[in-house]
Design a protein around this ligand. Structure first.
Ligand code: ZN
Length: 339
């Protein structure tokens, strides 16, 4: 018996879904909590002054220490943190611009660092502000206050509310720390101490760790793939499907198999038809969207799909389906010659 070549034409409709709606701005891996650290004042605005110190210098150094700790303590805190800072030099930045910066980053928390000043040098102690209470901001505020009091052991002036611009214009929970009074000799000794500033930064990190411990970690975004196998316009059931070499089941009676809760990223989908080499195609899974992996196969003895109807296959695609990637793969397999 003469062997005959059979040819399957595989038209792969790979639904590359629009990147219109990212669940988060942080990409596909573990979700990071982004913190914006805000050293008050700067440049022509020295803030409070006393005991031969300007507030702007104290809070910049303390904030840079906090920034460094946050950037290095993501693992320690059990969180994948990122941290940015509104200024890292002695420069003036308007209050609204500080809030806008954090908003533009889509930051999760805003932590402003200040030191107090008052005409009466007897005024002393630590206080921490939020815009309102009770809020997520005031919950964070209270932990910052608690950790700062435990660390510096200055007079506890408590958690307070104030309509400071950096607290009211920020679109994420925000707190503002008044570490101590530059105008008070006792407080100023701590404000001047590099060791004490480091410990203040550590106290803020501990407060943030505790703050986030009380909040469930957000679930990483997932997506799904709808696999469908069609041969000569007929859907095929019981077709073995592999995802990156993992057996994920077979197609159902409608010729499809829905793979859900997939981590975001690129996958290879493989359909194994009896008597043929497997067919493969690449699919990109995006957040909260169903990607499509359609194996549209035509036996050479059957009628090839109408070119004009290829688009019809996407009729069930989501509205933000940007484009179809049509991949034409010609796969040939010599039929085994009976012996
Ligand atoms: Zn200030």
């Amino acid at each position: 018996m003469r062997s005959r070549q059979r040819t399957l034409v595989c038209i792969l409709l790979c639904g590359l879904l629009a990147a219109v709606h990212f669940a988060t701005p942080w990409g596909s891996q573990a979700i990071a909590q982004s913190i914006v650290v805000d050293p008050g004042h700067g440049g022509e605005d020295p803030g409070g002054s006393g005991n031969a110190m300007d507030e702007k210098d104290i809070v910049l150094d303390t904030s840079l220490r906090l920034l460094a700790l946050l950037r290095s303590s993501g693992e320690e805190g059990g969180r994948n943190w990122t941290a940015e800072i509104t200024r890292d030099t002695d420069v003036f930045i308007a209050l609204a611009a500080r809030a806008n910066y954090a908003n533009s980053l889509g930051a999760d928390r805003f932590v402003s660092i200040h030191a107090n000043a008052f005409g009466d040098p007897q005024a002393n102690g630590t206080e921490t502000f939020s815009a309102n209470e009770p809020t997520t901001s005031s919950a964070m505020r209270d932990l910052v206050q608690e950790e700062m009091i435990a660390e510096w052991q200055l007079r506890d002036r408590g958690g307070k509310t104030a309509n400071f611009t950096v607290l009211t214009n920020t679109s994420m929970p925000a707190s503002l720390s008044e570490l101590g009074f530059v105008t008070n000799t006792g407080d100023a000794a701590l404000l001047a101490s590099l060791d004490a500033r480091q410990r203040a930064a550590e106290a803020h990190v501990r407060a943030l760790v505790r703050h986030f411990e009380g909040i469930p970690e957000p679930e990483p975004p997932t997506g799904s793939i709808l696999v469908q196998v069609i041969l000569n316009d007929e859907t095929l059931d019981a077709i073995q499907i592999h995802l990156d070499d993992v057996d994920v089941g077979v197609t159902g009676e409608d010729g499809s198999l829905l793979l859900e809760d997939l981590a975001l990223g690129a996958y290879q989908v493989r359909a194994t038809l009896p008597d043929y080499d497997p067919f493969e195609l690449g699919v990109e899974v995006r957040a909260d969207e169903a990607a499509r992996a359609t194996f549209e196969l035509t036996d050479e003895d059957g009628s090839p799909p109408d070119e004009g109807c290829l688009g019809c296959s996407s009729s069930s695609a989501p509205s933000n389906f940007l484009g179809l990637l049509l991949v034409l793969v010609l796969l040939r397999r010599r039929r085994r010659i009976p012996t």
